[in-house]
Design a binder for this molecule. Structure first.
Ligand code: AQP
Length: 332
């Protein structure tokens, strides 16, 4: 809590073009908290460099991610929108929290295992200690809730453990946050391999639907989505591809699985895939339109970055100062 107000915090890495997984699993839900909570939504560029980035692309995608936040309904007047590297307290608190995070805990993180097998030539210490930086992001703002996709739940749970450990030694330092996972713990899967999460860094661009894909591309990608040899649109074990498409359709239309099964009774997979593509394209069209307008105005985006960094720094400084005092650091 900050000044008696509940706090919501989350972030997205500018590590690639954002996907409908990022949209449905995270960003779309961020604005739900703007009224009741004090909200901080960050473009987490420091997390992105745990994997090698091309500097010019990272810079461009940082602007793009902020523009997408706004296009997805996050009003900069009601939400603090900022870039992680503009608030140096994140990196400072991360170092401190590293000293309260156990090697064994970090070794159990599934994202570390996945990413280190994907980037076996660059298993750097940052990739390993990523959850301590994520804990710093969250704890700096005395966060109550963290809206994330289910793939990030393990990291938020570790953040809770770190906060509790710190509080046990130095009482009343951090609010212990709760993860908020979107409805039914939904996770959007790759269209090429529906047992794998849809990820913005997937090299197979046909496996991923990007928020900014045009209608024809979206429909083409859904048409090629891997399904199974059955013909009936039903949500069932072993039908990973169809289950994923039904989840996506449900998210974009608000229909339940039963309603979808009924709607496509007697239809083949082809009709269903086309309907998923059309629903997705229709839902993304207004976001894309707004995004284009915002991105065209670089000075507006820079002004928002500056305003967001100033707001975030104020609170970050307060928490970091409290932590440093509790640890016994000398204040000049
Ligand atoms: N496929 C997904 N389904 C549901 N939610 C998802 N999220 C990501 N992919 C899915 C949620 O999006 C938020 C931001 O994610 P991130 O950028 O911090 O990193 P990530 O989880 O590692 O996402 P990616 O797309 O897989 O990025 P790369 O490829 O760079 O590793 C989080 O709340 C996440 O849960």
């Amino acid at each position: 809590m900050l000044n008696d107000q509940l706090v919501s915090y989350s972030g997205v890495q500018p590590s690639g073009n954002l996907t409908i997984g990022n949209y449905l699993g995270a960003i779309k839900n961020f604005s739900l908290y703007s009224e009741k909570y004090k909200t901080f939504y960050c473009v987490v560029d420091e997390h992105a460099i745990t994997v090698r980035q091309v500097p010019a692309e990272l810079r461009r995608r940082t602007y793009e991610t902020l523009a997408l936040y706004i296009a997805c309904g996050l009003d900069p007047e009601k939400n603090t929108l900022y870039v992680q590297s503009h608030v140096h307290e994140h990196a400072e608190l991360a170092w401190i929290l590293n000293c309260f995070t156990m090697f064994g805990e970090l070794s159990r993180m599934t994202q570390f295992k996945d990413k280190s097998s994907k980037h076996s030539d660059n298993i750097n210490a940052g990739l390993f200690t990523y959850p301590a930086l994520m804990a710093a992001d969250i704890l700096l703002y005395q966060t109550d809730v963290v809206p994330v996709g289910i793939d990030q739940k393990q990291h938020v749970e570790l953040c809770r453990d770190i906060a509790e450990r710190f509080n046990q030694i130095h009482p009343d330092t951090f609010t212990v946050p709760d993860p908020i996972i979107n409805k039914s713990g939904m996770k959007i899967m790759s269209l090429a391999d529906p047992t794998k999460k849809m990820s913005k860094s997937d090299e197979n661009t046909n496996a991923v639907v990007y928020i900014l894909d045009d209608k024809d591309t979206i429909i083409r990608k859904f048409k090629r989505a891997v399904t199974d040899s059955d013909t009936c649109v039903s949500f069932a074990e072993g039908k990973d591809g169809i289950n994923n498409l039904m989840t996506i359709y449900s998210c974009f239309t608000g229909k339940t699985m039963e309603e979808i099964e009924k709607e496509f009774e007697g239809h083949g997979y082809g009709d269903f895939k086309l309907a998923v593509g059309e629903a997705c394209a229709a839902a993304l069209a207004p976001v894309q339109q707004k995004y284009k307008e915002i991105l065209a105005d670089k000075s507006y985006l820079e002004a928002q970055m500056k305003k967001g960094a100033e707001e975030a720094s104020y609170y970050a400084r307060r928490t970091l100062g409290k932590v440093q005092k509790k640890l016994g650091f000398v204040k000049l």
